[in-house]
Design a protein around this ligand. Structure first.
Ligand SMILES: [Zn+2]
Length: 95
């Protein structure tokens, strides 16, 4: 439920958790008892680390639209697959 802010004629601010479908525009001010009107204020948006945000975005995007790649990802300092030179290993079945 979002938090709505209300301000009375005396300038007191009050907050209420109300459902988004709520049409309540006035509440009783908890400080002075006058009617306080709902005011428009900036939404509270949490800031997320950019790496986490891009990972979440990529995950959500790939769920509906898988990325098409034309090459293997860069292999940095990846080790080569070891190859045995033992002649007995040549007789083993290949995967
Ligand atoms: Zn008040």
């Amino acid at each position: 439920m979002p938090i709505y802010e209300f301000k009375c004629g005396e300038g007191h601010l009050a907050e209420r958790h109300l459902p988004m479908s709520s049409e309540q525009r006035e509440i009783e001010c908890p400080d002075c008892g006058q009617m306080a009107r709902r005011i428009i204020s900036a939404p509270s948006v949490r800031r997320t680390d950019s790496k986490i945000a891009s990972a979440v975005e990529a995950t959500q995007k790939s769920a509906h639209e898988p990325a098409v790649v034309n090459s293997l990802p860069a292999s940095g300092n990846r080790r080569a697959t070891p190859v045995s030179r033992n002649p007995q290993h040549a007789k083993l079945p290949k995967p």
